[in-house]
Design a protein around this ligand. Structure first.
Ligand SMILES: [Zn+2]
Ligand SMILES: [Zn+2]
Length: 157
């Protein structure tokens, strides 16, 4: 997997006349070792820990932009925060986003997937998609209920 994405990236860099720096490949390797979503801060600390590579945030942003363009990384906007994830050879999946704590949970649904893929779209060829579902995670909704209950108890006293 890591070899294949390296090859794709090399081709991309060649075609677009970008330099093939060791930093860029180290960033790619690190991203493909992450399961799930990440932001630039988590990527930065992983680079230091795993690869012993100190790269500037500017280099991280710049390389992520190239990787998005090369279809190796996708960018998500979960509420107001940007997160990224690897996308080569990943199955279609959706995201449940808690509007209170920001937790993102991935989920897959075969029936939903079939429904979308069989939907006729006029003058449009679907390549990929991801649904964002906003709501409250079970932890937050339990916490909210507790707060409400406490308020009610106080009023009754
Ligand atoms: Zn939550
Ligand atoms: Zn995801």
């Amino acid at each position: 997997m890591k070899e294949t994405v390296r090859q794709i990236f090399t081709e991309y860099l060649n075609v677009h006349g970008h330099r093939k720096t060791p930093e860029r490949y180290a960033i790619l390797d690190t991203i493909y070792s992450i399961d799930g979503h990440f932001n630039v801060d988590t990527l930065y600390s992983l680079m230091v820990e795993q690869e012993k590579f100190r790269v500037s945030r500017a280099t991280l942003y710049n390389t992520i932009t190239l990787l998005i363009d090369a279809h190796l990384v996708v960018k998500h906007l979960f509420g107001s925060t940007s997160q990224y994830e690897k996308c080569y050879n990943r199955d279609t999946h959706h995201h449940q986003i808690c509007t209170q704590c920001g937790q993102v949970i991935e989920f897959q649904d075969e029936a939903l997937q079939q429904l979308i893929e069989q939907t006729r779209m006029s003058r449009f060829v679907l390549s990929h998609y991801s649904l964002y579902l906003y709501g409250l995670c079970s932890k937050c909704s339990r916490a909210n209920k507790r707060i409400l209950k406490n308020l009610k108890n106080k009023k009754e006293k």
